[in-house]
Ligand binder design. Structure first.
Ligand SMILES: Cc1cc2nc3c(=O)[nH]c(=O)nc-3n(C[C@H](O)[C@H](O)[C@H](O)COP(=O)(O)OP(=O)(O)OC[C@H]3O[C@@H](n4cnc5c(N)ncnc54)[C@H](O)[C@@H]3O)c2cc1C
Length: 368
């Protein structure tokens, strides 16, 4: 006999935990099913830990709307729940005059997205703010910040549990079916069980497509392809030469090798961008020369031997090589026809920032 519950959230990354919290606060009975033996071991702990302002994303995209709303909610949430964070600001620098037009375009897009606090800077002003940086112009985004992503997940989980949610670790969803009385999920692990739930949220990140494919009754045409793009981070030995986050002018598919200063004062450079065939976090040290070259364009003082291999993260992409960047894809019953089900695909950056707003969006989809 399958156990009956109200709501299952598949995946305990920052997105699943934010959603579980939101649904538990509504008074729903929530069980979070996580394949690994701990929460947040994949993309949610392998990222830049930046609270993005919402500058670049296309007008009215989910990324634009949920990033801006999520950022506002996240700063409030962090303050109320003592989650370690800092609004340190971000400097975007043009290293040659050809890039200045791109800076102006960003500002226009930022204003359309509701980010109206960018301050345009001359080369001299860039040098005054960050003397180690070389740039001919730039802008400052004062509302960009950094966050302890593990602390955030812990706070979301604590809130969810305080409202009755339960986290089941080492509990991978291996298959399932859309049934007449709800959605049936077969959960593997040491003690395999089947559960039937009124609602299910597939927040399995890099595994979201395979979870959806394993549930009979979800129309295959609604499941996007899964592509993976790895990003490497190098750390900088010694004291931070910058006070803020530093970004070069972005490329089409990613923000470029940027500087993140974490809450412990450690400087990280990255991520770079490379398509990969399967989920494999191994660090490819042959990337080093390309990092030195990219970083020295805006930080010429980078000394030989200063970079140490850090870690990697993998972007859950739904658009492959050569295709334009895709928006978040969040499907409710209207899109796939299954009552009580929400699938989240392609929740790459700025997913961490957007997490509280994504949770609200999912809660709304489940009401319809
Ligand atoms: C390199 C990089 C840098 C980034 N930088 C930033 C940034 O600075 N700021 C920002 O806002 N965003 C950033 N992001 C995006 C952000 O990290 C992600 O949007 C967010 O972490 C996604 O969270 P998630 O919960 O969807 O995925 P995950 O954290 O991957 O969680 C999914 C969970 O589902 C579980 N799972 C998978 N399959 C199953 C199954 N069958 N059954 C049960 N559980 C399953 C996994 O074990 C995992 O724990 C970055 C992303 C990358 C890759």
């Amino acid at each position: 006999m399958a156990e009956k519950i109200n709501c299952a959230v598949i995946g305990a990354g920052v997105i699943g935990l934010a959603i579980a919290r939101r649904l538990a606060l509504e008074g729903r009975e929530v069980v979070i099913l996580e394949a690994e033996a701990a929460f947040g071991t994949h993309t949610s702990s392998r990222n830049s830990e930046v609270i993005h302002a919402g500058i670049y994303y296309p007008t009215d995209s989910l990324k634009a709307r949920l990033c801006v709303a999520g950022r506002l909610a996240l700063y409030r949430y962090c303050a109320d729940h003592d989650v370690n964070h800092k609004r340190i600001g971000k400097l975007v620098v043009a290293t040659d005059h050809d890039q200045i037009a791109a800076l102006n375009k960003y500002r226009e897009q930022a204003e359309i997205n509701g980010v109206c606090d960018l301050r345009m800077l001359s080369g001299r002003e860039v040098a005054e703010l960050e003397p180690a940086i070389r740039g001919v112009a730039g802008f400052l985004s004062p509302s960009t910040g950094i966050i302890d992503s593990h602390g955030l997940m812990l706070a979301f989980l604590g809130d969810a549990e305080a409202h009755g949610a339960a986290l089941a670790l080492a509990s991978p969803v291996v298959s399932g079916a859309v049934a007449h009385d709800g959605i049936m999920l077969d959960v593997g692990g040491k003690e395999a069980v089947s559960i039937v739930c009124n609602s299910a949220v597939n927040a399995a990140g890099l595994g979201a497509q395979s979870v959806a494919r394993s549930i009979a009754g979800i129309p295959a045409v609604t499941i996007p392809p899964a592509h993976y793009a790895i990003g490497h981070y190098y750390t900088l030995a010694g004291k931070a030469p910058f006070q803020r986050l530093i970004y070069p002018v972005a490329r089409q598919d990613w923000l470029g090798v940027h500087v993140t200063v974490d809450l412990g004062g450690q400087v990280k450079f990255g991520p770079d961008f490379g398509w990969i065939e399967r989920i494999d976090y191994r660090f490819d040290e042959s990337r080093e020369a390309a990092f030195y070259e990219a970083i020295r364009r805006y930080y010429p003082g980078l000394k030989k031997g200063a970079l140490q291999p850090g870690y990697t993260g993998i972007r859950p992409k739904i658009a492959g090589p050569g295709a334009p960047a895709a928006d978040f894809l969040i499907q409710g019953p209207r899109e796939h026809g299954v009552k009580g089900l929400v699938n989240l695909y392609g929740i790459e950056s700025p997913g961490l920032t957007a997490s509280p707003a994504i949770a609200d969006h999912v809660a709304d989809l489940l009401k319809n």
